[in-house]
Design a protein around this ligand. Structure first.
Ligand SMILES: [Zn+2]
Ligand SMILES: [Zn+2]
Length: 374
């Protein structure tokens, strides 16, 4: 039988799915969540300059540990069946509805409000990689001791009915760069540096970056544009992008240094200017044993020990980890929820089994109760 909370969570998921908004534009989503938080008796905070909303539930006056529970809110902009639109293909609509479900579940437990201090953090712009940083800047986690997040997992990583107590995301950086030189006549290749050759040399040097092979890492060029309509011009200018990944923050630091060295070397060697800017940067997970243990127990209690997955290591990224980088004493972890998700996250037609939503609600509520020993 479907419980009323399960039905509510699914209904809210459908509503949010059909009202997708991209990063920093989650205006209607913010209003909708704000209303839901108020209806459930939360003290609500919104921000003048940007989207996102916080709901406080419980008693924050008597020094109880504060548990934060974070849901990301933004959708992606992509082509879905021939039309460009905002699309919730990363499951943030599911995360929001599950976190609301946790709130409803807590409100149903008699006298719980005096025994907990839970902060519901609805964070904008995860896909931009800077929403969490904005929340930190606003002081959202200043009073928070424990922080739980959740993300749907592809079926290849976690099967339906199972869950992982931590998602060990890797670090990611992207660079946008431009080679700035001069064009030359096709008959006079000695008069300029061919931007395509400069780019090819950069690709070659990137393939020779060697870092600790025990830590997964990669760097590659993901865009290169040079030249125009006239095939008798040797282009002096080009633009390109680089994508860097590493499973630890330490290896990412080394990788970034090497990449910058390579760009500087190409500059000197070819006598061109290369301008580069870091477009986005996401840190790798710094894991916390206390938080992982709490989540493990919650998964065991809700899904059974047999459905508790080991720690999930994935090359994907999430700006959730900025919270622990900026506040290392935070006991934080992200639940990785199995939900039969396919063909993949960010796929325009991403689908999952909505029956998993209630698993997420139950596990996260249990984790909160475990913090307070309830
Ligand atoms: Zn995503
Ligand atoms: Zn996501």
């Amino acid at each position: 039988m479907t419980s009323s909370i399960e039905k509510q969570v699914k209904d809210h998921f459908h509503y949010l799915h059909n009202h997708a908004e991209i990063s920093w534009e989650e205006v209607e989503t913010t209003k909708f969540i704000k209303r839901k938080l108020e209806e459930a008796g939360c003290k609500v905070e919104v921000f003048k300059e940007h989207t996102g909303v916080i709901g406080k539930f419980g008693d924050f006056s008597k020094g109880l540990p504060v548990v934060g529970i974070r849901a990301d809110m933004d959708a992606l902009w992509q082509e879905v069946n021939g039309t460009f639109q905002a699309n919730h293909s990363c499951g943030h609509d599911a995360h929001m509805s599950m976190v609301l479900g946790v709130l409803w579940k807590l409100t149903q437990i008699p006298n719980l409000k005096e025994q907990v201090a839970v902060k519901f953090i609805f964070q904008p712009a995860e896909e931009h990689g800077n929403g969490a940083l904005k929340m930190i800047e606003q002081g959202v986690v200043e009073d928070v001791d424990y922080l739980f997040g959740v993300h749907l997992r592809p079926k290849q990583e976690v099967a339906m009915g199972k869950a992982a107590p931590v998602i060990v995301h890797g670090a990611a950086i992207s660079f946008e760069a431009a080679i700035k030189g001069e064009d030359a006549h096709g008959a006079r290749p000695h008069l300029n540096a061919n931007a395509i050759e400069v780019g090819a040399h950069i690709v070659q040097m990137l393939s020779q970056v060697h870092l600790d092979p025990r830590v997964p890492h990669s760097v590659k060029m993901t865009k290169f544009q040079a030249g125009g309509k006239s095939s008798n011009i040797i282009p002096g200018n080009a633009s390109f992008s680089l994508d860097l990944r590493a499973q630890t923050n330490q290896v990412m630091n080394e990788l970034e240094k090497k990449v910058i060295q390579i760009l500087e070397t190409a500059k000197d060697l070819h006598g061109v200017d290369i301008e580069y800017t870091k477009e986005s940067s996401i840190v790798a997970a710094e894991t916390n044993d206390t938080a992982i243990q709490i989540m493990k127990e919650a998964i065991g209690e809700v899904l059974g020990e047999a459905n508790l997955k080991e720690d999930l290591v994935t090359p994907g990224g999430d700006d959730f980890h900025f919270y622990t980088i900026k506040k290392p004493e935070l006991k934080a972890t992200m639940l990785g929820l199995g939900c039969d998700l396919g063909p993949g996250l960010h796929h325009p037609n991403m689908k999952f089994n909505e029956d998993a939503l209630i698993h997420g609600v139950d596990i996260l509520s249990q984790a909160i109760k475990n913090v307070y020993g309830l």
